[in-house]
Design a protein around this ligand. Structure first.
Ligand SMILES: [Zn+2]
Length: 252
C-alpha cells in the first residue's frame, strides 16, 4: 500500500511541525500521546512490533524482547510512521527489519526513513552536520544531542555530510549494513565476510581491540575497486554489548 506522493521524510517533518516540535531531542512517546496512540508490550516470536488501528483505537504493541531504550525509541518512531503514512489497519514488523534500512519491503523501508527523519529532522540535523567533520566523534556528539543510537545517527550523518566517506556496521563478524556519502566515489565491499586486512576483522576473529583513532588500512579491506590506489583510514568502534562494530572509512 502506498502512502501518497510525499516522501516519508516530508511526512515526518509535517508531523513535527503540526505539533510545533522544532528542537531535538524528539520524544516519540510524547508524540504518541498527542496522537492518542496507546503503547503496550507483549511477548511474540517473530515480530518486533505491531501497529494496529481497530474501532478507532490506535495501538503500538512492542515485543518485550526489545531491551535497549534507543532501539525501543526508534521502533516507536517507525510504528508512528506506519500510522502517519497510512500503511493500513495492522502492520507487523519483523525483527530483522527495524533499523535495517535495507528491507525489501517498501512500507518497512518507508517507516524506517520516516523514523530516522522524525528523530533527526533535517531542519536541525543538516545544519549540525554542516558544522562538524566526518568522524566517529561527530556521530557521538549528535547521538547525544538527538538521543539516538550511534548507528542510526551515523547513517543519517553520512547521508548529509559534504565530506567523502563510508560507514559499515558489522554484526557477529559479518558486514550487516553499509552506506557511503555522495562524495565517496569508490565501490564498497560486496562480500559480507570481513577482510583480514581490516581492524574490524581483528576485533571479531583475533579478539584484538581496534585503535581508538583513524588508522591507515589497505583499500581492499573495505572496498572492491581494483584501482583504489589512494590510501584510506579505518576507524572502528566496537559496541561490546551487541557484538557489533561501527566502522568509518575515509580518504587518508
Ligand atoms: Zn514496520
Amino acid at each position: 500500500m502506498s502512502s501518497n506522493n510525499y516522501s516519508p521524510e516530508h511526512k515526518a517533518r509535517e508531523l513535527l511541525h503540526s505539533f510545533g516540535i522544532l528542537k531535538p531531542p524528539i520524544n516519540p512517546y510524547n508524540i504518541c500521546s498527542r496522537l492518542n496512540i496507546k503503547i503496550s508490550h507483549a511477548y511474540f516470536d517473530k515480530a518486533n512490533a505491531f501497529f494496529t488501528l481497530k474501532n478507532g483505537v490506535k495501538e503500538i504493541i512492542l515485543n518485550h524482547s526489545i531491551n535497549y531504550s534507543l532501539r525501543e525509541k526508534f521502533t516507536i518512531a517507525h510504528e508512528i510512521g506506519h500510522y502517519w503514512l497510512n500503511h493500513g489497519q495492522i502492520t507487523a514488523c519483523p525483527t530483522s527489519d527495524i533499523m535495517n534500512y535495507e528491507s525489501n519491503e517498501k512500507i518497512e523501508l518507508e517507516a524506517d526513513r520516516f523514523a530516522a527523519e522524525l528523530l533527526m529532522p533535517s531542519f536541525t540535523f543538516a545544519e549540525d552536520v554542516d558544522k562538524l567533520p566526518l568522524s566517529i566523534r561527530s556521530f557521538k556528539i549528535l547521538a547525544k544531542k538527538y538521543k539516538t543510537s550511534l548507528t542510526s545517527t551515523a547513517i543519517k550523518f553520512i547521508e548529509n555530510t559534504k565530506f567523502p566517506g563510508a560507514i559499515f556496521l558489522s554484526s557477529n563478524g559479518k558486514i550487516s549494513l553499509k552506506f557511503k556519502s555522495n562524495k565517496f566515489n569508490y565501490t564498497l565491499r560486496h562480500n559480507d565476510e570481513l577482510n583480514p586486512h581490516s581492524y574490524a576483522y581483528d576485533y571479531f576473529i583475533r579478539n584484538i581491540d581496534p585503535p581508538n583513532a583513524p588508522v591507515r588500512v589497505c583499500s581492499d579491506a573495505w572496498l572492491d575497486d581494483e584501482n583504489a590506489f589512494h590510501s584510506f583510514t579505518e576507524h572502528s568502534f566496537p559496541y561490546r554489548n551487541f557484538n557489533q562494530v561501527l566502522t568509518l572509512i575515509q580518504h587518508n
